[in-house]
Ligand binder design. Sequence first.
Ligand code: MN
Ligand code: MN
Length: 304
Amino acid sequence: MTGNEHFIADLSMYANNYSFLGRPLSRELGDAVDVVVMGIPYDLATTGRSGARMGPNGIRQASTNLRWETTRWPWTFSLFDRLSVNDYGDLEFRPGDSHDMMKIVAAECTKILSAGKALLSFGGDHFVTLPLLRGFNIHHGPLALIHFDAHTDTDSKGGPFDHGTMFFPAIEERLIDPFKSIQIGIRTQYNYEMHPFKVIDGAAANDLAVEEIIALVYQCVGDSPAYISFDIDCLDPAYAPGTGTPVAGGITTDRALKLIRGLQDLNLVGMDLVEVAPPYDHSDITSLAGATLALEFLYCLAAK
Ligand code: MN
Ligand code: MN
């Protein structure tokens, strides 16, 4: 298919808008599929405002606006000429049963990775990253985590299902290698002395040049299998008002997109985009930011 035919097909971009970027809504894991996108509509681990269970569909709806561009600026190739992407739909679990959610997320993640696919997941609150990392760990061993967030999510005093604690057990379970992992955008309280990760805090994430931040990430991660966990509250509330625990002083969407784009030469194995909570959003600002960051990640995969 030429780019032009693609363009004509996508003129109907507001028709049947049920999947991310209008991709096939399918659980097919055959050879023709390269990347799987899936939703995890779970927000029982929120400590602030709930609503992230509506994140996957918010992101899908906002992605409609991104369908028409065959070659996303400033990339130089058409994404779907290189990469076949399916939307797996949302995982289903028993209401109120966080154990069930964790079991199902880890099992589905393992199944998708076993089939040789890359995986992009939409939360849900940030707690969904823990079962995702369990699934990824089986295939890749301890991962280098590139974590975008206003919060470190390493509080050891939280409950067993808490979206502010899961990177603490993730280290204990050796799902991630803390010495290869880096957090960007942190601007809330954490224990500086005991903290296991390298941190580029919110002020530095705003003040350093994008190239300097990217260089620090490459220095930290090296050639380890790298997993991006993007909590949308890394962005300033001006750019992501639709989230459960917004914190002033974050980075712009532009800066976040440049940072993701800059990670394309790492050994990227997966990404999650979490904490988009459409009930608090305005004009789809947050959902659109989430959808665009996710699209940027797909371009990074396709650039290989
Ligand atoms: Mn956060
Ligand atoms: Mn978080």
